[in-house]
Design a protein around this ligand. Structure first.
Ligand SMILES: *[C@@H]1O[C@H](CO)[C@@H](O)[C@H](O)[C@H]1NC(C)=O
Ligand SMILES: *[C@@H]1O[C@H](CO)[C@@H](O)[C@H](O)[C@H]1NC(C)=O
Ligand SMILES: *[C@@H]1O[C@H](CO)[C@@H](O)[C@H](O)[C@H]1NC(C)=O
Length: 256
């Protein structure tokens, strides 16, 4: 049975005020941060690229002579009432104490990796760091905070294996790569641009699906198959309570 309760107008008003939607948290609003727009923000950029030791020349537009700066002044604004607090590198380092963040992918991931390093480094001038590289994986450790930021240069996500017949891209396996991925708290993946490469810039000789090794394959099918392999791995191996996984989509090409 449903009982009507007699509420005094004042109590009702207080209850309503308490549920003022403006007071709702982002979690209560069910915010989807991937939905939004880039908005102009004159207070941007968040750091001066000339003060960051981590940017490779190819990504350093200002150093390479780009004259305008407007492109640096865009902030992501999620839709609706969802709010993103302004990025604060010091707070980020404190919140991620003891944690490890890894980017895995092509130059888009490399670019994002360097951006995050710059955001963190420039927030605390003089902060100690240590950079190491083993194989395809670079690690920058901010030792005062015990925060590690890593990059795995891995343009296809699935395995690329040198064999007698040549370099084989194995569409249904991530086995040789994934152990290093699991040792992190946050994983940010991407893959796209390299699937369309051919000729001298294509870094494989055969593509393997199941037991079949082919000279070539429809690239959209190959991309889809590999993404499914990767997604199955995420579903099977990742406990979302332990590791947060993000997937970045497509970037414009940066070749001339
Ligand atoms: C970042 O956060 C720290 C610690 O809360 C604070 O002291 C500092 O003023 C903040 N920096 C900016 C630019 O807001
Ligand atoms: C840098 O990192 C390596 C690998 O983690 C470690 O062996 C070395 O002691 C570190 N060096 C400094 C100066 O922190
Ligand atoms: C893929 O490569 C072909 C041939 O090189 C080119 O015509 C096409 O525009 C490329 N597509 C994309 C999405 O890059």
């Amino acid at each position: 049975m449903f009982h009507m309760i007699n509420l005094s107008p004042l109590l009702l008003l207080l209850l309503l005020l308490n549920h003022d939607p403006i007071q709702m948290t982002n979690a209560e609003l069910g915010c989807d941060y991937s939905n939004g727009n880039w908005v102009y923000d004159p207070t941007y950029p968040l750091y001066n690229s000339a003060q960051c030791p981590f940017i490779e020349h190819v990504f350093n537009c200002q150093r390479n002579g780009r004259r305008d700066r407007t492109y640096l002044k865009y902030r992501w604004l999620p839709l609706g009432r969802c709010r993103l607090t302004r990025f604060n590198g010091t707070e980020f380092l404190q919140n991620f104490k003891g944690k490890s963040i890894m980017f895995v992918g092509d130059s888009l991931s490399r670019d994002q990796y360097q951006s995050l390093l710059c955001l963190l480094y420039t927030s605390s001038p003089g902060i100690k760091y240590n950079e190491t590289r083993v194989g395809d994986i670079s690690t920058v450790t901010f030792s005062d905070f015990g925060v590690k930021v890593k990059l795995d240069r891995n343009v296809y996500l699935v395995d690329l294996v040198p064999k007698k017949i040549g370099r084989v891209l194995i569409l249904d396996s991530v086995a040789r790569k994934s152990a290093a991925w699991l040792a992190n708290d946050v994983l940010v993946f991407n893959t796209y641009a390299w699937w369309n490469r051919s000729g001298a810039s294509q870094p494989w000789d055969f593509v393997q699906v199941g037991r079949k090794k082919l000279k070539d394959i429809d690239r959209t099918v190959a991309f889809k198959t590999a993404l499914n392999t990767w997604a199955k791995w995420v579903n099977f191996k990742i406990d979302p309570a332990q590791i947060k996984v993000f997937f970045q989509t497509v970037s414009p090409t940066h070749y001339k």
